[in-house]
Design a protein. Structure first.
Length: 318
């Protein structure tokens, strides 16, 4: 797939006397997109940009996929950092480009670092967490997920679910949290060991839903929180997770599985309720598409069935 920013000819070329175009690197500009949010520390400025998805190429089915992605409102988002002696740590799969007097820090290969790397890898993150320091500009890769910046003026502790960490700037330490209660070890569908980020500065999370759809629940020693485990994005503070049997017949009927996920201690649990709804809608739509394929003798691809489904909905709307 070739997805790139749309730049007009006048932005990166000039016309010579004989009418030919020549590339002038001094006029090349990296179109970052619309600024969504920005945070500063003394030695670094971090920004999040958003732009439309575009396509260049001759692959018609791929172009159709991009078209429907545009119709669904999908956007590309990226992290940009301007360093003035500061440091940006990020997931190792996200580096795109840098300019200026920047250098990568040496990767640590101690036993503790290797152990943390295996935990991160098991949690859909990169094995190593590279960092860049110096003076210059850094760009990370585009993502269709939502980027959320948390400014921590005071030390805070985050326990992250799989694939949530994107980048950070400031004074953070990375560790491992273990949910060692029997319920979590035996019945939870999540990893027992999770990545922790603790300190102060700017933390950037990669979310599956828009930040304004997050629901924050407060946990206190006398007020535990019970939730659907699939909706938890991260937790903050000294909060422990445990998987427990739902008490009574009605408790089992309410959860659908007979289990609940309980959080105790003191801190916050952050949920994305719309994530579960999206999965339900996606599952129902998939069933409808498979039925459509079967009714048509199995001759239609999943994409063509999806296109027909969209066309039917547009006719109803009209």
């Amino acid at each position: 797939m070739c997805i790139r920013d749309r730049l007009s000819t006048s932005q990166y070329s000039k016309t010579t006397a004989d009418g030919d175009y020549t590339l002038d690197v001094n006029e090349v500009r990296d179109f970052k997109g619309r600024l969504l949010s920005q945070e500063r520390l003394q030695d670094i400025k971090v920004s999040i940009y958003e732009k439309d998805i575009s396509f260049t190429g001759s692959n018609i089915p791929m172009a159709q996929d991009i078209y429907y992605a545009q119709q669904l409102g999908l956007k590309l988002r990226n992290i940009s950092a301007e360093l003035n002696g500061g440091q940006l740590v990020f997931d190792g799969n996200k580096f795109r480009s840098s300019s200026g007097h920047l250098k990568f820090s040496k990767i640590k290969l101690g036993l503790s670092d290797m152990f943390k790397g295996f935990i991160r890898k098991n949690n859909a993150e990169s094995f190593f967490l590279p960092s860049i320091t110096g003076v210059g500009t850094l760009q990370l890769k585009d993502t269709v997920k939502y980027l959320y910046m948390v400014k921590c003026s005071n030390p805070r502790k985050f326990i992250l679910e799989q694939g949530v960490y994107a980048a950070s700037a400031g004074q953070f330490k990375f560790g491992v949290h273990a949910d060692t209660k029997i319920g979590s070890m035996m019945f939870s569908g999540k990893n027992i060991l999770q990545t922790t980020v603790e300190g102060r500065g700017i933390l950037i999370l990669e979310l599956p839903v828009p930040p304004n759809e997050l629901v924050i629940l407060k946990v206190t020693p006398d007020r535990p929180v019970r939730v659907n485990e699939q909706e938890v994005i991260y937790r903050e503070g000294n909060v422990t997770r445990n998987k427990k049997l739902a008490s009574g017949v009605f408790g089992s009927m309410a959860t659908g599985t007979g289990f609940i996920e309980e959080y105790t201690g003191e801190g916050l649990v952050v949920l994305a309720p719309s994530l579960n709804l999206a999965e339900i809608i996606s599952h129902d739509l998939k069933d409808e598409l498979e039925d459509a394929v079967e009714k048509n003798g199995g001759n239609f691809s999943l994409f063509n069935s999806l296109k027909n489904k969209f066309n039917e909905n547009q006719e109803i709307d009209n």
